[in-house]
Design a protein around this ligand. Structure first.
Ligand code: GAR
Length: 196
């Protein structure tokens, strides 16, 4: 059984979708949900599922990313994860931390990578006049949102869409895509999952 730690910063809807998928013959189980922000809804969602949930607040580290990551690493070590799934985790990680988890860390990003790495993906897709949007799960490498893509899901951009309406449509697909990719990945299969 693979042990999965899920890192969040907010509502944790992707975390919940991942956690709920890891039952039965799934090759992995959630062992820790870790947030860099105290009080977020994702922590309660984890606790409600009986998953250990904890906070490593980035703010006391005052921008010292390496010191923050040392605290993250210490907390992760207690849970002994095989895989880290970033699920709406909104901190940039340093190459040192990423190297430690190379090949074992996934992220979900709300765009069809390589389009729109970084923030405001939905507004950028609408502004560009794209007719399709979507989400990607990728392996985390030192280049932001640029690691090998392990799955993508597409949705249409509709007439009159706002960033919010498009985000909601994409998020529904995120909840299907991320569990599908994690299941394959945990089984040692990196064949990309393509939905939509
Ligand atoms: C999701 O849409 C995820 O793709 C995005 O944050 C949201 C988190 O929602 N991630 C990023 O933008 C990463 N750069 P959730 O907390 O409900 O899963």
């Amino acid at each position: 059984m693979k042990r999965v730690a899920i890192l969040i910063s907010g509502s944790g809807s992707n975390m919940a979708a991942l956690a709920d998928s890891m039952t039965g013959d799934h090759p992995a189980r959630p062992v820790l949900v870790l947030s860099n922000r105290p009080g977020v809804a994702g922590l309660e969602r984890a606790a409600a599922r009986g998953i250990e949930a904890d906070v490593v607040d980035h703010r006391p580290f005052a921008g010292d990313r390496v010191a923050f990551e040392a605290a993250l690493t210490a907390r992760l070590a207690q849970a002994r994860p095989d895989i880290i799934a970033l699920a709406g985790f909104m901190r940039i990680l340093t190459p040192g931390f990423i190297a430690r988890w190379q090949g074992r860390m996934l992220n979900i990003h709300p765009s069809l990578l390589p389009k729109y790495p970084g923030l405001d993906t939905h507004a950028r897709a609408i502004a560009a006049g794209d007719t399709q949007a979507g989400c990607s799960v990728h392996e985390v490498t030192a280049d932001l949102d640029a690691g090998p893509v392990l799955g993508q899901a597409r949705v249409p951009v509709r007439e009159g869409d706002t960033a919010e309406s498009l985000a909601a449509r994409v998020l529904e697909m995120e909840h299907l895509l991320y569990p599908a990719v994690l299941r394959r990945f945990a089984a040692g299969d990196r064949t990309p999952v393509m939905l939509g």
